[in-house]
Design a binder for this molecule. Structure first.
Ligand SMILES: [Fe+2]
Length: 307
């Protein structure tokens, strides 16, 4: 028993209005609740992004889901490892287990199922010998509204990737799907999940690097770039296709230089998959195709105190 899903992430930001504007602009529904901004994807009844007001931008917590048996087993393992269980934070008093990982990062695990998200009609493509889309245009009108379907994963900076990976695999039951040399590890849920619902990247300090939101197809991944540029947001990287996870990607910066990824068509690892983790070279992992990795992609702006 172990973590089965990723539910939401929470950040502290210096300007809640700018945060609400940003998440609404990228197509989520962001609203004020009890002094915080809480955002979710259109058509999904699940809190996915939570913003608290603070002096600077920084990671607050990440929340995972499991079942009742999983929660009991994780609690036992945490106690056996000497990890102190905490009271819920007053600003987000959700039931479940609250504790700090080896980076001192606050973690929440609840007995909750992920809420269903909007599904799409099948993504039909034509390839040599396979005409699945006949008499229908592939590309949607330019003025179509693009709204993410769900929060899919996040990448956190860590100062000790070995300790953090050991904690999330040995105690929280996650599995490593792939690594990039010795500085990025990707994790999936052993009950079956995307290739990664969580990843860690090595840095001088812990922090939030990016959150990934799923879009419907590669056209939406491309098109959202045009729309967010028009709104004045800072383009970060893409479009392209990653090695680990195989996802099509495009990245933008939030108002505090953390990153939002828009992705689609990620590898899925079922509970009974015979998945063999691979250690990718950095030179082959960043993008199978697309622009080169930007020099500042793994800059830890949170550690730099950027606001
Ligand atoms: Fe990502």
């Amino acid at each position: 028993m172990a973590i089965r899903s990723i539910q939401h992430f929470a950040l502290t930001v210096p300007d809640l209005n700018a945060g609400r504007q940003y998440y609404n602009d990228i197509g989520l529904i962001a609203e004020e609740r009890d002094g915080a901004i809480v955002a979710h994807c259109d058509g999904r009844q699940q809190d996915e992004v939570i913003l608290f007001e603070g002096n600077s931008n920084h990671y607050h917590h990440v929340s995972f889901g499991t079942n009742e048996d999983g929660l009991g087993e994780i609690k036992q393992k945490l106690e056996a490892a000497g990890t102190k269980l905490l009271d819920p934070p007053t600003e987000w008093p959700e039931d479940g287990l609250w504790f700090r990982d080896p980076d001192d990062a606050l973690i929440h695990i609840g007995a909750v199922e992920p809420a269903p998200w909007r599904d799409d009609p099948p993504w039909l493509t034509n390839s040599p010998g396979h005409y699945d889309r006949v008499g229908v245009r592939a590309v949607a009108p330019v003025d179509i509204e693009i709204r993410p379907r769900r929060f899919g994963h996040m990448l956190l900076f860590t100062t000790d990737i070995e300790a953090k990976t050991g904690f999330f695999t040995d105690i929280l039951g996650m599995k490593v799907s792939d690594s990039v040399e010795t500085f990025i590890d990707f994790f999936y849920a052993s009950s079956g999940s995307d290739h990664h619902i969580l990843a860690f990247g090595l840095s001088s300090k812990p922090g939030f690097q990016h959150a990934g939101f799923e879009l419907g197809n590669v056209d939406e991944v491309g098109m959202i770039g045009r729309k967010l540029r028009e709104k004045g947001y800072i383009h970060c990287w893409g479009p392209g296709r990653h090695g680990p996870g195989s996802n099509y990607f495009q990245y933008f910066r939030d108002p505090w230089n953390s990153i939002t990824e828009f992705f689609c068509d990620m590898d899925y690892i079922a509970a009974d998959s015979d998945w063999q983790p691979k250690t990718w070279l950095n030179s082959e992992a960043a993008a199978d195709w697309g622009p080169d990795l930007p020099a500042d992609f793994l800059t830890n702006f949170e550690a730099l105190g950027s606001t």
